[in-house]
Design a protein. Structure first.
Length: 358
């Protein structure tokens, strides 16, 4: 007489136990082998992918492997539909849990990938992004587990949706600034220390927070922008400027000779080319002004340093002033000419009265 337990013979139980142990050992050995290969590969390369895979493999738990092996072992047994449904649901829940753990490990590894770089505000923003993504991951995993065990999650999802909409409407300005902060962190239109122009405000970026960004103005005052308003504005980032285009107009007085006027653009070219950081582009006599002959000068300064640019500009203007003095060329200044008519040519009062009588 064959011995049976839960409608399965001793032989079926032996096969199931063998499958359980064999599958567990096989998956455990495969995990160790893959982890060893990934660790060896990460030491030879500078890529991040192998390090992430190694961290994920370390978070593969033996209890979950046993649960999956138990499902494989149950295939060798005669089970009722209800028993098989329970086993399959437990196995799927274990698989969902393991995938969630891998995803959580991946997100935390991304957060900690550059622990020594960036300012405190960017680290805080990165932490907020990681927390929100991890929260969404575990909420989704929890809902999937509930749905797997037969719970009706439709009402729960609807409640979460309605609650989320209500919260979003209540704190939409705060959320807008928060997401703008995340956009600044990811896109990096500017960083701490950059000199930027926003509208009519000029200053160096001093602080990038979750809600506001603070600039130190040229007058020493602190200017505070909300992140949402800041990203809606046109931002000029001068720190990332590689060269600076400089244009100015020289106004020469009327009365200069044509030879002197023709000499001025060549003179300016010589002055600009003498400066090592300046690249001459053009100098042209471009129009007749009301009180001056206007010459437009354009050159490129080969550095974003504003102080060095102003030093070079000063040297160029001083040398032009010296050369104009040596050549006898005068700078124009605003003036108006009033011509007085001869008093004898004006009509006399008697003649005017006679004309009026007529």
């Amino acid at each position: 007489m064959d011995f049976t337990y839960l409608n399965n013979t001793l032989e079926s139980w032996a096969i199931a136990i063998a499958v359980l142990l064999g599958a567990t050992l096989a998956m455990h050995w495969l995990r160790r082998f893959a982890l060893h290969r990934m660790q060896a590969l990460s030491q030879r390369t500078q890529t991040v992918a192998d390090d992430l895979v190694a961290k994920m493999l370390r978070k593969t738990y033996l209890l979950i492997l046993l649960t999956l092996s138990a499902y494989l072992a149950s295939l060798a047994l005669e089970l009722t539909d209800k028993q098989r449904l329970v086993v399959s649901r437990v196995a799927i829940a274990a698989l969902i849990l393991q995938l969630a753990i891998w995803g959580d490990t991946l997100l935390r590894a991304w957060r900690d990938h550059y622990p020594g770089t960036g300012d405190g505000q960017r680290k805080a923003s990165r932490t907020i992004v990681c927390f929100m993504t991890r929260l969404a991951l575990w909420v989704i995993a929890f809902l999937m587990v509930l749905d797997n065990f037969g719970f009706n999650i439709t009402a729960l999802v609807a409640s979460l949706g309605v609650g989320g909409i209500a919260v979003a409407l209540a704190v939409q300005n705060i959320l807008g600034d928060l997401f703008a902060s995340l956009s600044i962190m990811l896109d990096k239109p500017f960083e701490i220390g950059d000199f930027i122009i926003v509208g009519d405000v000029l200053g160096s970026v001093e602080h990038i927070g979750l809600k506001t960004t603070r600039l130190r103005g040229l007058g020493g005052e602190q200017v505070i922008f909300s992140n949402g308003d800041l990203l809606k504005s046109r931002i000029h980032n001068h720190k990332r400027m590689e060269t600076r285009r400089v244009a100015f107009v020289l106004r020469v007085a009327y009365g200069v000779t044509d030879a002197q006027l023709a000499r001025v653009p060549l003179m300016i070219r010589e002055v600009v080319d003498a400066e090592p950081m300046a690249a001459f582009e053009r100098a042209h006599f471009f129009n007749y002004g009301e009180w001056s002959l206007n010459i437009e000068v354009v050159y490129h300064f080969q550095s974003p340093d504003y102080i060095a640019h102003m030093d070079t500009q000063q040297a160029i203007l001083l040398e032009i002033y010296r050369r104009f003095a040596r050549e006898g060329i005068q700078f124009a200044h605003p003036l108006s000419i009033v011509r007085l008519a001869d008093a004898q040519a004006l009509p006399q009062p008697e003649a005017m009265r006679a004309a009026l009588r007529r």
